[in-house]
Design a protein around this ligand. Structure first.
Ligand code: NAD
Length: 507
């Protein structure tokens, strides 16, 4: 189907077949507002339009935040045991609905179905974890050293947590961020990415069915204007933004205007340092997986391979050979490893960056859209001899594109790894443990994986620096909780600091 065909199909006969996606507020679907902005949804594997989003206005965003406030009071009053029980019921229901959720993410952003199912199941472990851990964090109390006083530190929920989400892994992002927010006793208002409202709406329905109060999870659908209205809302207690660095900057400025709390989980350009003593076969396999999985649309994708010159030519040749074996195709097919890019916008960005990179580096594999597939497919692409000043070395592509650059010694490897405006994740590949730890200590990134890749644990901090933001997973706790101090005198009479004015009057 050509682009024009798609427009004709959208405008004429199949209008009725186009599914309509509106917001979900206070436990119910909302009818489209009269002047709502309309966004057309397109399946990235076929480029066929399949639905329209009726974007939430600032008034509807306000309704969602108020509804969340009301539900939060009910949620908090239930007490921790009941909250834990209901969150666990939600996790169970989501587990049982993993196939449905995965199908929605396949349709909206082209996720490989098999991986999307696995991600949903993995994410429900986070709900179960935070259902237990959250209540523990909001009932801490400490004894102070001030005599005749009891000081209670009472951290509590911020009330309404807002989640502004990206489109790369829709179900997973909502589950992981809601887990922390709900576990700490908040209600949430979610703004999914423009292109992926369907799984967010389904997850909110499942929450209601599992016994979470109506209004505890609200979904406002739409694009930048809806997101900006949510970020600006005075009654949002904490906001987590996950997305590009450029948008993160705008959102942070909006939140700063009202002195709000914000967690920023932004872009990355993660290095993979390969020393000559590493198990080269295994490392090449890991690198190809890291830069190609989810068509390269993972914030922590290891997209800069820095390789010791002794093994450089060998590694480049092996990477190219492995990239040629990656199965790119229909995301619904179980044999597929890489599906399409999530949208036309993302596809155009990758095409542009790769075209410019061809002038700055040596293309050793790929470099083109996939010719015989109709959707937004791009070949796994490898550039070698990439100078650190090249745009492709510095910019996040968010597509299946790898840069390979040689180094001569450890010092140069560390310098190249740190030559980035991002500081999200990194990988060190060597058989020498002492060297792995020495390098890990000097890499400027929130996470360093040594001999492994993209392993996380909700107990552990995963963090970020520079233009990659200020937060990741566990860091959300600071944004979704608020400390409070209650200071109580243990004396028989109420005698706080005073000037003795009452005594003066009686004399
Ligand atoms: P994006 O920045 O285009 O959009 C993210 C969200 O912000 C969407 O919901 C969008 O509608 C909303 N938005 C856009 N403009 C806005 C505005 N002016 N005000 C308020 N909201 C606005 O990001 P994307 O393309 O969907 O996602 C890709 C990016 O996300 C990549 O850079 C990737 O690295 C990053 N990401 C980071 C992490 C992490 O944990 N660090 C995880 C996943 C994705």
């Amino acid at each position: 189907m050509t682009e024009q065909d798609a427009v004709i199909e959208h405008e004429s006969g199949t209008e009725a077949a186009m599914r309509k996606f509106g917001s979900f507020v206070g436990g119910a679907a909302v009818d489209p507002e009269p002047d709502a902005e309309v966004i057309t949804l397109e399946n990235p594997a076929t480029r066929r339009p399949y639905g329209v989003v009726h974007a939430a206005s600032p008034q509807l965003v306000d309704r969602a935040v108020r509804s969340a406030r009301t539900a939060q009071a009910e949620w908090w009053a239930m007490g921790p045991a009941e909250r834990t029980r209901r969150m666990t019921a939600w996790a169970d229901l989501v587990d049982r609905s993993a196939d449905i959720l995965a199908d929605l993410d396949v349709e909206s952003v082209g996720r490989v179905r098999r991986e999307a199912v696995g991600d949903v199941v993995k994410s429900t472990d986070q709900i179960r974890f935070w259902a237990q851990e959250g209540p523990r964090l909001v009932r801490r109390s400490e004894r102070s050293a001030v005599p005749e006083h009891l000081f209670l530190t009472c951290p509590g929920p911020v009330g309404v947590a807002a989640l502004l989400l990206p489109g790369n892994v829709p179900s997973r992002m909502l589950l992981v961020h809601s887990a922390v927010a709900l576990g700490c006793g908040n209600a949430v208002v979610v703004k999914p990415a423009d292109a992926s409202p369907s799984s967010a709406l389904k997850l909110a329905e499942l929450a209601l069915a599992a016994g979470l109060p109506a209004g505890l999870i609200n979904v406002v659908v739409g694009g930048a204007a809806t997101g900006a209205a949510l970020a600006a809302h005075e009654q949002v207690g904490g906001l987590s933004f996950t997305g590009s660095t450029a948008t993160g900057r705008r959102v942070a400025a909006i939140v700063a205007e009202r002195f709000g709390k914000v967690a920023l989980e932004l872009g990355g350009k993660s290095p993979q340092i390969v020393f000559s003593d590493a198990d080269i076969d295994a490392v090449c396999e890991a690198i190809v997986w890291s830069f190609c999985a989810n068509a390269g649309q993972i914030c922590t994708a290891g997209t800069r391979a820095l390789v010791h010159r002794e093994v450089y030519d060998d590694v480049v040749a092996r990477l190219a050979a492995l990239a040629g074996r990656v199965r790119v195709g229909d995301p619904g097919d179980d044999a597929t490893q890489v599906g399409p890019l999530s949208s036309g916008r993302q596809f155009d960005k990758v095409v542009g960056l790769v075209a410019r990179a061809k002038r700055e580096a040596r293309l050793v594999f790929g470099g083109q859209p996939v010719a015989d597939l109709p959707g937004y497919y791009f070949q796994p692409t490898i550039f070698a001899d990439v100078p650190a000043a090249a745009e492709i070395f510095q910019e996040e592509v968010f597509g299946p594109v790898l840069c390979v650059t040689p180094f001569d010694d450890e010092e140069q490897a560390i310098a190249l790894a740190n030559d980035s405006r991002y500081a999200l994740a990194s990988n060190v590949w060597t058989a020498d443990l002492r060297r792995a730890l020495r390098v890990a200590d000097r890499i400027e990134a929130g996470t360093v994986w040594c001999g492994t890749s993209r392993i996380g644990d909700p107990h552990m901090p995963l963090t970020a620096g520079r233009k990659s933001g200020n937060s990741h997973a566990r860091g959300l706790v600071d944004v979704f909780t608020q400390d409070k101090l209650v200071a109580v005198s243990l004396r028989d009479t109420d005698t706080g600091p005073h000037w003795g004015l009452a005594a003066e009057r009686t004399n």
